[in-house]
Design a protein around this ligand. Sequence first.
Ligand code: SF4
Length: 155
Amino acid sequence: MPPDSAALGPEQVGLCFTCRFKRAVTTRRGSTFFRCARAESDPRWPRFPPLPVRVCGGYEEAMLYVVLVHYTQPLAAVDAVRAQHIAHLERYAREGVFHAWARRDPPTGGVLVAAVPDRATLEAIVAEDPYVRAGVARAEIVEFNPANVRGAMGR
Ligand code: SF4
């Protein structure tokens, strides 16, 4: 039985939170469960690792993305679905997908920072975004490899 991790964050989840083999599922009741995709083909990894994972020989950093959100409708139309948009971001933040977000200044759109195994995963999540579904914004996905990050946040 996997642990109920409704209130877990990066500290409580550990390495799995940013690993490209992490898979997270949020139930209708708001509980988020983390499992290891390596376990599907390799018995050395537990399907539901005891959290937090502090050391793991299988860890690989997820790919990083910036999502540039461009509003395509007036701000009033955007704000009409903003609460649902924020709930969507918060749900995926609990799953370790979105790590930061902000509205642009001036408010012509937003910027999201995401970490996921691959682009297709992020495209599916972005397609569910209430802004996109309501047709008030479009999203531009920019991918970069964490191995290439330099500076204070990189190597
Ligand atoms: S490989 Fe290790 S760090 Fe990555 S999801 Fe599995 S248990 Fe977590």
